[in-house]
Design a protein around this ligand. Structure first.
Ligand SMILES: N[C@@H](CCC(=O)N[C@@H](CS)C(=O)NCC(=O)O)C(=O)O
Length: 222
């Protein structure tokens, strides 16, 4: 039995990020969604016990408990043998940290919180409300801008060059959700290097093993 457990929700993109990090690092771990709140529900006592902010993912390694996606990914990379999830050169590590920060503070907000989640949670009547449509169009413009910025570094394969690193593990699950939304494939078509990276991401074993398997109903409703 492994002494590493990832606690989270199968459809949480950040939980997926840390599961991908563990798979890419080739470490044995358990994934547990037991007693984790359903989306939109208050945090459960079990989650609050591990993270007083009530969020997932959480990593447990023996008696060590860690929350915050970027901290977990770096811990996994730094504390276990296995393939490096970061570049080697110091300036490239600094660049990777830039992308990690951007993924966590901007892309997660713009793509997941301010576009995907409202699109999925809004019912048909609200979705056709002009105010909501305008807001989503504004977000789509911001996301198009963000993708255009990412497109340049992705010309090298992944965001930090030819190695699949931690920010890719954050960004690609977000792109997976974006791609499932109305207008998403069009936004990606305008960022062909990001689109190409997404195609290669889907072919990775770590991506297949963590696929959120979005139900047809959810996609149709979006
Ligand atoms: N800053 C945190 C954010 C974690 C977060 O917002 N997780 C979401 C799932 S992706 C969550 O726990 N949502 C459940 C809730 O808010 O009750 C991190 O980087 O891990």
């Amino acid at each position: 039995m492994s002494d590493v457990t990832i606690i989270g929700m199968p459809r949480s993109s950040l939980t997926r990020t840390v599961r991908i990090a563990c798979l890419e690092k080739e470490i044995a771990f358990e994934f547990s969604s037991r007693n984790v709140q359903l989306p939109g529900q208050p945090a459960t006592p079990e989650v609050l016990h591990s993270n007083p902010f009530g969020k997932v993912p959480v990593l447990k390694h023996g008696s060590f408990i860690l929350y915050e996606t970027s901290a977990i990914c770096r811990y996994v990379d730094d504390n276990f043998p296995g393939p490096l999830l970061r570049p080697v050169d110091a300036s490239k590590v600094a660049r990777m940290n830039q992308w990690i920060s951007l993924a966590m503070t901007r892309l997660d907000q713009n793509i997941i919180r301010n576009f995907v989640i409202p699109m999925v949670l809004t019912d048909d009547a609200q979705r056709h409300d002009p105010g909501f449509a305008n807001q989503m169009n504004r977000m789509a413009d911001i996301i198009r801008h963000d993708l255009s910025v990412l497109d340049a570094p992705y010309a090298d394969g992944w965001i930090c060059g030819d190695r699949f690193t931690i920010p890719d593990m954050m960004i690609m699950p977000m792109i997976h959700y974006l791609h499932a939304m109305p207008g998403g494939p069009g936004m990606l078509a305008d960022a062909p290097n990001v689109e190409d990276a997404f195609t290669r991401f889907k072919a990775r074993s770590s991506a297949a093993q963590t696929d959120p398997l979005l139900p047809e109903k959810l996609l149709k409703s979006a």
